[in-house]
Design a protein around this ligand. Structure first.
Ligand code: MN
Length: 285
């Protein structure tokens, strides 16, 4: 058994994206803040409609997958394939851009809090040009399971071992075998899991601070920061003296070159330039 420790802390930066939505970006703020196969993580949280009303008008993607997970609020997704899906509190959307998708995500509320995350997951070179696909995951498909020592976990993708039982999330069969968990802990509460040694793992604290690792190697992860974990097969995460909530992402690294220009993520600069030409000429999708 080898306990994973906190290896790197990625502090978020405030950015504005889409039509002018205010976001906190941890992963993906630079090429040095990716955690292969995860390219980007944005958190959005505001009760001020000024911060989110502009939404994300029609824009393209190629070469990876975008995952939206809503904690609170209501957005409408529409894409060139004719998909139209409501994203509601507790729901998610797993979109495979593949060779190309053009979509929009616009608020369906004029007041109240909008809160959630967007994660970008890379595709292996052999899948970057596959057809686009889209999956809407309703809140009731992501049930919360109580943890034996208090708190709860929601499994969005992959399979977790909770209280001795294997529990599957709604998203399965992705090549990089992602495990995507949303964990809520009471003050002092603990979460542990055995995860594959060949996976890269990061944790994003969105409420409260976390202590990561066993007592003698424990280090603190501040709220709104992403913590990248070292090699190992065990994780142990503890809420400090206040309740905490965090996302845990584990996935198989691709170990392939990443060439990115905005919403296009390919392996070479030539492929990115091709994507830009295809988009300009109306041949992206
Ligand atoms: Mn998008």
């Amino acid at each position: 058994m080898k306990m994973r420790v906190l290896k790197q802390i990625i502090e978020p930066i405030a950015v504005s994206d889409g039509g002018g939505v205010k976001l906190l970006r941890s992963l993906g703020q630079s090429p040095f803040t990716r955690v292969d196969p995860f390219l980007m993580l944005d958190e959005f949280s505001s009760a001020d409609p000024e911060d989110y009303m502009a939404g994300f008008p029609a824009h393209p993607h190629r070469g990876f997958e975008t995952v939206t997970y809503m904690l609170e609020g209501h957005m409408l997704h529409e894409d060139h394939l004719g998909n139209r899906g409501d994203l509601r509190s507790g729901g998610a959307q797993w979109m495979t851009a593949g060779r190309g998708i053009i979509h929009s995500e616009m608020p369906r509320q004029e007041s109240g809090r909008m809160r959630g995350f967007q994660l970008w997951v890379n595709l292996p070179a052999r899948e970057k040009m596959k057809p686009a696909a889209y999956r809407d995951i309703q809140p009731e498909e992501i049930p919360a399971y109580p943890l034996p020592e208090g708190g709860e976990v929601k499994i969005i993708a992959g399979t977790a071992l909770i209280g001795g039982q294997e529990i599957q999330g709604p998203i399965q069969g992705v090549s990089v075998h992602p495990l995507f968990l949303d964990v809520r802990l009471p003050a002092g509460g603990k979460f542990s899991q055995t995860l594959p040694t060949n996976h890269n793992i990061f944790v994003y604290a969105y409420e409260g601070w976390l202590a990561i690792g066993a007592a003698e190697t424990e280090s603190l992860l501040p709220v709104h920061s992403a913590g990248v974990l070292s090699d190992g097969n065990q994780i142990l995460i503890r809420a400090t003296d206040a309740p905490a909530a965090f996302l845990l992402l584990s996935g198989l690294p691709l170990n392939e070159p990443v060439a990115q220009y905005g919403p296009f993520v390919m392996n070479t600069r030539e492929e990115v330039e091709q994507a830009m030409r295809d988009y300009r000429d109306g041949r992206l999708v």
